[in-house]
Design a protein around this ligand. Structure first.
Ligand code: SAH
Length: 222
């Protein structure tokens, strides 16, 4: 356990070296990353590594993404503060906290009950009130609150889940990794008046999306 000031110092350095230096200059995003205590979202034995340039284990064989990837995916959603956002793959709740700082309301779904519970606790302890966590299969979306201005999937999908495209507003954007079990490409999908436009951004490596529109479970079931 380090002091608050030490974590703050590390967070400043993380933003400068890992985010700004890699040309993400969105001021609201940088400010949110300077404020949200990433160490609060990782298990105690990883707190010391919370501001390093890499993903970390969070339990159930799942990971909190590398800070730069979190920043890049958030940047790609182009949030102004007014949006209703859906996240699939709550994990630790860190990405949800960042989305909550940059939008109006966040709905997030996590498949593992223990992670969903811990994420809700992490968010509550920080007094973040505009996030609702649901435990379940997020590959089908969350139709009750649809349509969404923005959707983010933080697990790798074999192909873009149809229900998520359907739950996107016209003018809205979906960001997700699509590809195989080892490596994927980050894609953006924009819903336009009469269909969708998609683009590929960078290669990434995420844990698999499971559930109805995800990868089938295999022997190691992560
Ligand atoms: N955004 C997280 C990191 C997510 S890791 C963070 O900031 O910490 C990907 C998460 O997706 C894992 O927790 C995994 O359990 C979850 N996941 C995988 N398939 C899912 C599904 N079908 N529905 C909901 N969550 C899923």
């Amino acid at each position: 356990m380090r002091s608050k000031e030490e974590y703050q110092k590390r967070r400043e350095r993380m933003v400068r070296e890992q985010i700004e230096n890699r040309h993400l200059k969105n001021p609201a995003l940088l400010e949110a990353m300077r404020t949200i205590p990433r160490h609060h979202f990782v298990p105690p034995n990883y707190r010391d590594a919370a501001y390093e340039d890499r993903p970390l284990l969070i339990g159930e064989n799942q990971t909190i993404s590398q800070p730069y990837i979190v920043a890049l995916m958030t940047h790609l959603l182009r949030l102004s503060g007014e949006e209703t956002v859906l996240e699939i793959g709550t994990g630790s709740g860190y990405q949800a906290a960042l989305l909550a700082a940059l939008s109006k309301q966040v709905y997030t779904i996590e498949r593992h009950p223990s992670l969903a519970q811990q994420a809700q606790k992490n968010l509550n302890q920080l007094g973040i009130e505009n996030v609702q966590v649901l435990q379940g299969d997020g590959s089908c979306g969350w139709p009750e609150h649809a349509p969404y201005d923005a959707i983010m999937v933080t697990a790798a999908a074999p192909k873009v889940p149809e229900p998520l495209l359907e739950q996107l507003k016209v003018g809205g954007r979906l960001v997700l990794p699509v590809g195989g079990l080892g490596v994927q490409r980050l894609q953006t999908w924009d819903r336009i008046e009469h269909g969708y436009q998609h683009e590929e951004v960078v290669p990434v490596a995420f844990v698999p999306l499971r559930g109805r529109y995800g990868f089938e479970n295999d022997w190691y079931d992560i």
